[in-house]
Design a binder for this molecule. Structure first.
Ligand code: AMP
Ligand code: GLY
Length: 441
């Protein structure tokens, strides 16, 4: 099957690998040349991924039978819609269905309208004075969020990014005035406290098939300090749940995703593709932090390498609406993924520095390598301002997977790189378990 994958990050490298492992003939549209995808693909078109007309032109020329969209921006730009209108199957949501991610206002309203459990106190404002009243009512214990897409970097949370009502109001005003995320509006949510986890599910418009849960690390620095990033690394456990969760928590999150998919259908926005829930496990159950209309990055790299079922068959089942008839399974293994990012990433990244990657040594030591945003010139790899590459270790237990990941990271050398080494380490995981025990009392 001729398959087009749109996007050029590490998540898309993992998707492309799954496509090739499933027997697909790979084509790619990406804005930067990902060296990993380049090697896997029959052909690459280096172009803006949100240019629906050009993507269509390329897909028609290459006689693409199935398209898969990695990032949210092309979905928002209607790439799915345009491809489908021209007879190409797409295993990703339409622009309308993807609004579950591209508008946090739409997501919260949908949850309220259909009385879906797991939402938080929240309101949208276009007037900073009114936002101030709501922030005061919540004692400043809030998250201040742009409505639209900001690449995971626009949200600020009390205690993490600001420490007073005044600062919260100031940022809310800035979001409105500067139209951060594309709208003159701001979403104020009550701050919820707990442990975050990601649940991704395949979805065919009706049924969902949830994958192993993953914990991402959004904060830049060890110990969960510093600004929010696109994600610095992640882990999963062979049980399918995380060490601080119970099977009931997992079920609760899966039920929320199922209800959201049903609500979207009732709204005439049938959802197909991977749906992603970012949840906070709190003392009073599972709360929704955000819903994404795609695989997570890095979370895709934790689950896709474990997939035992043919990925393209799952994609076709999502497109054709018969996921419930499909037997899907994952290897019962634990995974740890760590990103290598340019020094200063998230603040003032240093681009254009060489990274030496010994691919053979990484392979020999059992690690998986996924390239992200790098430039390759004359066989050498250089950083850009975004995340550079990720290494994944896989083993029975998280501890061993983490060791494999660290071992392989030794074969990525550069004077101007940064890695959050604490991800997947015993100390951090124990801290999370204790935190949850304390909250649950
Ligand atoms: P988002 O882009 O909505 O996922 O937000 C980025 C990060 O901010 C999340 O991963 C959480 O760590 C944090 N966050 C977002 N909303 C809330 C909330 N209501 N309460 C506490 N933390 C939040
Ligand atoms: N890992 C966060 C995201 O993909 O949005």
């Amino acid at each position: 099957m001729r398959v087009l994958v749109i996007g050029g990050g590490a998540r898309e490298h993992a998707i492309c690998k799954a496509v090739c492992d499933s027997g697909g003939e790979l084509y790619s549209v990406m804005k930067n040349l990902n060296p990993g995808i380049k090697r896997l693909a029959k052909d690459c078109f280096i172009h803006n991924e949100t240019d629906a007309e050009k993507v269509l032109e390329y897909a028609l020329k290459k006689k693409i039978e199935l398209a898969i969209i990695g990032p949210e921006a092309p979905e928002e730009a209607g790439v799915t819609n345009v491809l489908e209108e021209n007879g190409i199957k797409v295993a990703s949501p339409s622009k309308e269905a993807a609004e579950i991610e591209t508008s946090k206002e739409f997501m919260r309203n949908l949850m309220e309208k259909y009385k879906i459990k797991g939402s938080v106190k929240c309101r949208v404002f276009s007037d900073a004075e009114m936002a101030k009243e709501f922030i005061e009512m919540l004692d400043g214990e809030v998250a201040v969020k742009p409505i639209g897409l900001t690449g995971g970097k626009g949200v600020k949370v009390a205690g993490d990014h600001f420490n007073s009502i005044e600062e919260a109001v100031k940022y809310a005003k800035e979001v409105i005035e500067k139209k951060i995320g594309g709208h003159s509006k701001v979403l104020i949510e009550e701050k919820v406290v707990g442990e975050e986890f990601t649940l991704q599910a395949f979805c065919d418009g009706n049924a969902i098939y949830p994958m192993p849960a993953v914990q991402d690390h959004k904060r830049l620095l060890p110990g969960d300090k510093g600004p929010n990033t696109g994600g610095m690394g992640s882990y999963s456990h062979k049980s399918g749940i995380l060490p601080f969760m119970t099977p009931d928590d997992y079920e609760e999150a899966a039920t929320i995703l199922q209800k959201i998919v049903e609500a979207l259908k009732k709204e005439g926005r049938q959802y197909k593709g991977v749906i992603y829930g970012q949840f906070m496990l709190t003392a009073s159950g599972v709360k929704v932090i955000e819903i994404n209309a795609r695989f997570g990055d890095p979370e895709a790299m934790n689950v896709l390498p474990l997939l035992k079922t043919n990925y393209l068959e799952i994609c076709m089942a999502m497109v054709e609406g018969n996921l419930s008839n499909k037997k899907i399974s994952f290897e019962n293994k634990s995974t740890v993924c760590k990103y290598v990012v340019p020094e200063g990433y998230g603040i003032k990244p240093v681009a254009g520095k060489e990274i030496k990657v010994n691919e053979e040594k990484i392979r020999e030591n059992g690690g998986l390598l996924f390239y992200a945003s790098v430039n390759e010139e004359n066989g050498k790899i250089y950083t850009t301002t975004s995340r550079s590459l990720a290494i994944v270790g896989i083993a029975e237990e998280i501890e061993e997977a983490e060791k494999i990941c660290e071992k392989c990271l030794q074969f990525v050398e550069g004077e101007h790189i940064f890695i959050r080494h604490d991800i997947g380490k015993k100390e951090l995981i124990e801290k999370r378990i204790k935190h949850m025990e304390m909250l649950r009392g």
